[in-house]
Design a protein around this ligand. Structure first.
Ligand SMILES: Cc1ncc(COP(=O)(O)O)c(C=O)c1O
Length: 467
């Protein structure tokens, strides 16, 4: 056996399909050597994915061998850029198995940019905005557009220990869309806090009651296949750097054309119109994706999106998913079994403790033998010293954070209404006003090129925190 380490043998016994992912070990050696050369234990894949060296080479070659001009023109260099951009756009739809007659891919700067496009353009007036507690702030932020236009905003709670949604409450709300306006339901396919994968069959259920569905797939698509021929959400925001690391600064809104037709953009810009007149005070929106892409698109980097998607395809979601499942399972099994000498557990896991319907992020707090939480900032500091990249805080998901850390509405109201807190509140102010409670957690996230040694490295670090 290549690795006679008894721990590896025990791992294989629990996760016998892991060797089917060996392709990733070869890739790691050839394409991601910088990780091991630098002695990095990278465990922040939910924050950002990592690129293969070949992605850079291919992109660099393309730029070095061609001349590309601004695509808002018809000269030869402009046309060359347009061809590549449109090819990449088609490839995004093909990658997600989305029918081009039904869906459109709009390039944005990231998932947040895609979410803002929906928020600022959705016809909320007299309608409802329904969303789960478990959401990234860029989905929460849409509520401000909803409030402005007089929509009713309703949050569906999640509950410890699994941090999943109470289905009966969700069903009740879905059954009560506004009859006077449009209704938008937003949830993450995978939580960036607990890694819960919320059911995709909610989409069809919501559609039956007349809701439009915004499925935030930013944390889901890096390691799970989203097939838009099987599920049909109306709006799907994603960030490409989370999937394959390079380039940053590009995302997409994949949208159903029918739902997109309901959106009304609050302004026009270069590239979004066919005709605009100064004296006539009139403008005509362009058709399709152009109407949502303000100004000059990132035409030199967009071809790198196609290169990245092809890289993911060359490995395959089955392999990536199995790799992440096995390593996440091993991480969870071991963390949960770590006990101080007095028998007290070292960690509390926020979210599912099995690999069923969850992704590769494990969010925890560490405790001392007297059940006192160790400050997440201290854990981060110590992890930094060990060259381990993980993430701490609430990861821009305050709803999940408040539930996990058991911070109540009353405590928040008291804090937010204290004199001096009307307009400004720093993180330190917030910490001191919810005195004695943790204001964050530690997220360890496994991804496409994580290996057994990375997880073992982290587990050794965690064991060092035992009394
Ligand atoms: C679930 C989820 N949605 C949205 C976002 C926002 O992505 P971006 O910061 O790339 O806009 C993130 C980023 O962490 C995320 O995890």
């Amino acid at each position: 056996m290549a690795n006679p380490d008894p721990e590896f043998v025990a791992f294989l016994k629990s996760y016998p399909a892991y060797p089917t992912t060996h392709l990733i070990d070869d890739l790691r050696a050839n394409e991601y050597a910088r990780l091991d050369i630098g002695g990095h234990i990278y465990l922040d894949y939910t924050g950002g994915g990592l690129y293969a060296e070949s992605q850079l080479r291919r992109h660099n070659k393309l730029l070095a061998e061609h001349v590309f001009g601004n695509p808002h023109s018809s000269n030869p260099t402009s046309q060359a850029a347009t061809i590549l951009v449109e090819h990449a756009r088609d490839y995004v739809l093909k990658f997600f198995n989305a029918d081009p007659d039904e869906y459109l891919a709009i390039f944005t700067s990231n998932a947040s940019g895609a979410l803002k496009l929906v928020g600022e353009s959705y016809p909320f007036s007299k309608g409802r905005y329904l969303l789960t507690f478990d959401n990234h702030n860029s989905v929460n932020g849409i509520r401000e557009f909803a409030h402005l236009r007089g929509a009713e905003v309703t949050y569906i709670p999640i509950a410890l220990p699994d941090m999943r949604v109470d289905a009966s409450q969700l069903n009740r709300e879905l059954g009560q869309p506004s009859k006077r306006g449009h209704n938008l339901f937003a949830y993450p396919a995978q939580s960036n806090f607990s890694s819960v994968q919320h059911p995709l069959d909610w989409i069809e259920k919501a559609h039956k009651h007349g809701w439009d569905v915004l499925l935030d797939a930013a944390a889901f698509v890096p390691t799970s296949k989203l097939d838009l021929n099987v599920v049909k959400p109306d709006f799907v925001p994603i960030s490409f750097y989370k999937m394959f690391g390079y380039p940053t600064g590009l995302g997409a809104l994949i949208a159903r054309k029918e739902a997109l037709a309901k959106l009304h953009r609050p302004w026009f810009a270069g590239g979004t119109i066919t005709v605009a007149s100064v004296q006539g005070d009139k403008y005509y929106m362009a058709n399709g994706a152009s109407a949502f892409e303000d100004g000059t698109i990132d035409y030199l980097n967009i071809p790198a999106v196609e290169i990245g998607l092809k890289h993911v395809e060359s490995i395959g979601y089955d392999v990536i998913h199995e790799r992440v499942r096995a390593l996440t399972g091993w991480l969870l099994d071991n963390l949960i079994s770590m006990k101080h000498s007095n028998g007290m557990p070292l960690v509390y896991v926020y979210g599912p403790t099995t690999t069923d319907q969850r992704g590769g992020a494990v969010t925890v707090n560490f405790y001392d033998p007297d059940k006192k939480a160790l400050d997440h900032r201290l854990i981060e500091h110590q992890a930094n010293e060990a060259n381990i990249s993980l993430r701490t805080g609430c990861f821009c998901n305050p709803g999940a954070g408040e539930v996990a850390l058991e911070i109540s509405r009353v405590e928040l109201d008291v804090c937010f209404t204290q004199p001096g807190h009307e307009d400004r509140l720093t993180v330190d102010d917030f910490r001191s006003c919810i005195d004695g409670k943790s204001t964050g957690a530690v997220r360890i996230s496994v991804g496409m090129v994580t290996n057994f040694n990375d997880v073992q490295g982290f587990l050794a670090f965690a064991r060092g925190l035992l009394s």
